[in-house]
Design a protein around this ligand. Structure first.
Ligand code: ASP
Length: 355
């Protein structure tokens, strides 16, 4: 484990919680609190004496997304934020803090007040960043409290409408023959799309030219416009465009084909069984956030993951909420730790680093 990143208590750099918002590229989707019946409409979130949580949440909560609006992490965040806002009895503002493969947002939240009002939605990049970034200014395990896992999303390898190859086999041959011109879009070092590209390179022995974006929302827009050739992104961003034929789909990165995309072969069928990755997401608050606040957020997350609109929307996009026993801080911490261990040697062997 990379203890070099750990800070001792008291070393936390603490910018003002509210003031930082103005300097960020953000969008402010306000999710109106659902004023439910009975006493649930109060801002107390239904708490009793509250313990260390007091009357949390009294104020609006901000969910920080480490990638661009309109991308897959943003989509998952907005889906679960709505029922969580209703459950907590407050507004949830979704804010996009892009940059450096998600590490800018994670550093920001690590340094916020540990009061439960700034919540990070991050994905698998939380576990790859410690290996990719030699000077990462936070420790994923030490500087956050985990709230719970949210969903695990398959990835798809897709090509622009006029990109010549039509199958994965043709893709590999074409990229090999045109290495000096073919471009691969991703969301920067630490993004899931970058990790998937790295696995593609490992599996095929090809070294592809990367074009980094601040999220795969804008990357997909450029793919649709034939400005980049191919990319690997989550089904939550690609499914509709694959089904409509707007992009070419080469493979899905799961052991089995998925219901939402029954015609897309798996990477194993395509002959690269090692190219498998699913993008798990979880919620985080700064280390030191009182356990009662984490519990309130977790309880709301668990309700949101059973919300029929969330279940149906994720199913349409090729995925599902995690089961309730994985939507816990304990399961989340264990998974994060396991994933750091899993990806470190793979990334180290690739030689890729942001340093
Ligand atoms: N899913 C993207 C990635 O990590 C980022 C995003 O959500 O835009 O590649």
């Amino acid at each position: 484990m990379r203890n070099a990143f750990a800070r001792t208590p008291g070393e936390r750099r603490t910018p003002p919680r509210r003031g930082i918002a103005a300097s960020l590229a953000s969008i402010g989707l306000l999710l109106a609190a659902c004023q439910g019946g009975g006493s649930g409409a109060s801002a107390s979130g239904g708490g009793g004496d509250g313990g260390e949580a007091g009357n949390y949440p009294e104020d609006q909560i901000t969910f920080i997304v480490p990638f661009s609006a309109g991308g897959p992490t943003d989509t998952v965040t907005r889906l679960v934020a709505e029922p969580m806002a209703a459950e907590l009895g407050v507004e949830i503002v979704v804010q996009n803090v892009e940059g450096a493969g998600g590490t800018v947002a994670a550093e920001q939240v690590a340094n916020e007040e540990p009061d439960g009002y700034q919540v990070l939605m991050h994905h698998i990049g939380m576990s790859t960043a410690p290996t990719l970034y030699p000077d990462l200014p936070y420790d994923p395990l030490e500087d956050f409290e985990t709230v719970g896992l949210v969903t695990e999303v398959p990835m798809t390898i897709v090509g622009s409408p006029n990109f010549e190859p039509n199958t994965f086999e043709e893709l590999v041959a074409y990229v090999g023959d045109n290495l000096d011109t073919v471009t691969y879009a991703n969301a920067g070092i630490g993004a899931a799309s970058q990790l998937c590209g790295l696995l593609f390179e490992e599996a095929t022995g090809l070294d592809v030219t990367e074009v980094p974006y601040e999220g795969t929302g804008p990357a997909l827009d450029d793919l649709l416009g034939d400005q980049v050739d191919f990319m690997c992104d989550q089904t939550t961003n690609t499914t509709e465009n694959i089904l409509s034929g707007a992009v070419k789909a080469y493979a899905v990165t799961t052991p089995e084909r998925i219901d939402a995309l029954p015609d897309v072969p798996t990477t194993e069928e395509a002959g690269v069984p090692d190219l498998q990755v699913s993008v798990w997401h979880g919620l985080y608050v700064p280390a030191g956030t009182p356990a009662e606040i984490v519990e309130r957020l977790n309880a709301a997350l668990k309700v949101a993951l059973q919300d029929q609109n969330v279940i149906d929307s994720l199913a349409d996009l090729g995925t599902a909420p995690v089961p309730q026993d994985r939507a816990t801080p304990e399961a989340h911490t264990q998974h994060l730790s396991d994933q750091i261990e899993l990806w470190a040697p793979i990334i180290e062997a690739s030689g890729v680093t942001a340093g």
